[in-house]
Write a protein that binds this ligand. Structure first.
Ligand code: ADP
Ligand code: MG
Length: 306
């Protein structure tokens, strides 16, 4: 179990993180979300022991994770960290990079393990390719495979799919997160992508203005977003009578007391996002077909949460 107790940190004068406390059990998947600059990467680096804390402590199964002042080698051996900027060995192959930290005493096992890891990150076809010849997204996949090669107890992932294109992202995400769950590896993921969170995270921690402003299940935070920051993470929304209403909860109906005038329709594949004006304010709602500018529609709020 990971325990973070009252962590405080600043690089220079200003506090970056204040009074950060949370825990994560074995095998738990926790997402850290927050705007760019909110301290997600800093928090992961602190969990890994990259810097000394100004205050507070981090423990894994009761063992304290210490910073450079108390520890010559950064990063305990039960923990792996995949940075936003990954560092690989460019002139050797994908397989050799993935196997770099695996024992050479058992070559057969090593080969099998590399094969399995190549499958998890869907790079089997590139096993013999030199890393310097790979794209950014492919390199990110090599870094992920290398991090899970020795089966850490806990893995810290900083925006793990940020360089990976949409064609590959969905299946890689499924395959990696499924693998971590199966092996009961605790996973802390810094992300600003709701697709990393909704289907996979047990908990979602929101960082804002140096503090944790929410720590709950994605389902709870989706259904009851307590502020605009959380709602905006999940999608387009409106504030109506001080309540947050997602665009997909606002429906066109035949009759209602609320009338809006269509300003714009945006094609979204299986629906249109409609921008309209209601009492001189912008509202957004989803509709199954295009609506034309100037068209008047009646709207009604429907709670359609799962
Ligand atoms: P996020 O990952 O959420 O985008 P970061 O943890 O990278 O946020 O950054 C949090 C804040 O700390 C930002 O204001 C950033 O400018 C600052 N920061 C990050 N790294 C350093 C550093 N090495 N030295 C000084 N300030 C830093
Ligand atoms: Mg970051």
């Amino acid at each position: 179990m990971l325990e973070v107790q009252n962590l405080n940190f600043r690089y220079k004068k200003h506090n970056i993180l204040e009074n950060i406390s949370f825990s994560a059990k074995a095998g738990e998947h926790v997402s850290i979300i927050g705007e760019s600059g909110s301290g997600k990467s800093t928090l992961l680096k602190l969990l890994y022991g990259t810097y000394d804390l100004n205050q507070g402590q981090v423990f894994w199964n009761g063992e304290e994770i210490l910073g450079p002042k108390f520890n010559l080698i950064t990063g305990p051996n039960f923990m792996k960290y995949v940075a936003q900027e990954f560092d690989l060995m460019p002139v050797i192959s994908v397989s050799e990079n993935i196997g770099a930290f695996l024992s050479n005493f058992y070559p057969e096992e090593k080969r099998e393990r590399i094969k399995e890891l190549l499958e998890v990150v869907e790079l089997t076809a590139f096993a013999r390719t030199k890393v310097k010849e790979l794209s950014g997204g492919q390199k990110q996949r090599v870094a992920l495979a290398r991090a899970i090669a020795k089966q850490p107890e806990i893995i810290l992932l900083d925006e793990p799919f940020s360089h990976i294109d949409n064609f590959k992202k969905q299946s890689l995400r499924r395959s990696l997160f499924k693998y971590l769950k199966e092996k009961n590896i605790t996973c802390i993921v810094a992300t600003h992508d709701k697709d990393d969170v909704l289907s996979y995270s047990d908990r979602m921690i929101v960082l804002h203005d140096t503090k944790i402003t929410a720590n709950n299940t994605p389902k709870h935070l989706y259904n009851s977003p307590k502020d605009k920051l959380i709602a905006s993470f999940f999608g387009e929304f409106n504030v109506i009578d001080d309540r947050i209403i997602y665009a997909n909860q606002l429906k066109v109906v035949k009759k209602s007391d609320v009338m809006a005038v269509v300003k714009q329709s945006y094609y979204k594949g299986h629906y249109f996002l409609i921008e309209a004006e209601l009492n001189a304010e912008k509202v957004f709602f989803e509709h199954f077909e295009i609506l034309h500018i100037g068209q008047k529609v009646n709207l009604s709020i429907e709670k359609n949460c799962l």
